[in-house]
Design a binder for this molecule. Structure first.
Ligand code: TA6
Length: 303
């Protein structure tokens, strides 16, 4: 992006002492500072990178070895996986193609005491070669005491489109071995670490090794009990029937060039998705909305 283009973006969307757009290693990033929260959002991938509500430590995690590079997603924050979640067939990129493409900034505005930022991406000749559909994909980020992310998939073509999708949220936790996730008890999941074996979750999810699970047919609120930080992080969702829980643990993390060896201990993905059999069909002229709301409360156990 040229300095002129950046200046025009700030002229149109900047908000004095609240929001400006800066380049980080060539990637335009929105910096937000309000009385309720600080946040960063990359225009590349429409990727929320950080969110820190007042009075709390950072809620989203990004790797200390994260690479900010055109055409490459940042390890952390909330990558947008679309129009498929998981491995792409026939050599197509994992988690779809929008997370490494530049999105347009569409709106920055106050909504009462919350700040709304809208970003979007549409099909083009390149994307139609990968996935032959016309679409408009919009991410609405509403920043306040909570973080709301709303992913709106619009079918602007003449054929129905079938998609899977994910808000692949990386959370900042104190110690994965001292962390649990509640809200998925008695829920069926596919265990990606063990050949997609099907299991029923018993009680809370705890972590003793690589964990990569797709929980199906669930719209439950999940809560991360982050004992090291003595806090609970709630993930409330709508328009989503799958929740993915992922921690790579030591060996898998060692294989990532954009992650330091021991960082896996401070991250946990609880992802708001429609994955596997929870596919979504969007008919021509229609839209599908998937929303995640992140809330933080001090104290890891109810009084
Ligand atoms: O959501 C879990 C997962 O699908 C894992 O299997 C792992 O591949 C992770 O996403 C990260 O994927 P990425 O392509 O961002 O390295």
């Amino acid at each position: 992006m040229t300095k002129q283009e950046l200046a025009v973006l700030n002229e149109e969307f900047g908000m004095i002492s609240t929001l400006d757009i800066r380049e980080v290693s060539g990637v335009p990033v929105i910096f937000v500072s309000t009385p309720d929260a600080h946040a960063r959002i990359a225009l590349q991938g429409g990727q929320v990178l950080s969110w820190q509500p007042a009075g709390h430590s950072a809620v989203l995690w990004t790797s200390k070895a994260a690479v900010y590079q055109t055409g490459r997603g940042v390890r952390g924050g909330v990558p947008v996986c679309w129009p498929w979640f998981g491995a792409g067939d026939g050599g197509k990129p994992a988690h779809g193609f929008v997370r490494t493409r530049m999105w347009q900034l569409r709106e920055t505005n106050w909504l009462g005491d919350q700040l709304i930022i809208r970003l979007g991406i549409q099909d083009d000749e390149e994307t139609r070669k990968i996935w032959n559909h016309s679409f408009d994909l919009e991410l609405q980020v509403i920043l306040g005491r909570t973080l709301v992310m709303r992913l709106v998939s619009r079918n602007t073509g003449s054929q129905s489109m079938t998609l899977t999708e994910g808000l692949h949220t990386y959370f900042n936790i104190g110690d994965i071995a001292n962390t649990e996730v509640t809200g998925l008890a008695r829920t069926l999941y596919l265990d990606k670490v063990h050949d997609m074996d099907r299991h029923i979750q018993s009680g809370a999810v705890s972590f003793t090794g690589e964990t990569d699970r797709v929980y199906l047919d669930t719209d439950s609120i999940c809560v991360i009990h982050d004992r090291e930080h003595d806090r609970r992080i709630g993930i409330r969702k709508s328009g989503s029937l799958s929740t993915v829980i992922w921690n790579p643990w030591r060996d898998k993390a060692a294989g990532f060039t954009d992650m330091q060896p021991d960082e896996y201990k401070q991250m946990l993905c609880v992802e708001t998705c429609n994955a596997a059999s929870n596919q979504v069909v969007v008919d021509p002229g229609k839209q599908h909305v998937m929303e995640a709301e992140i809330l933080v409360e001090a104290g890891t156990t109810r009084p």
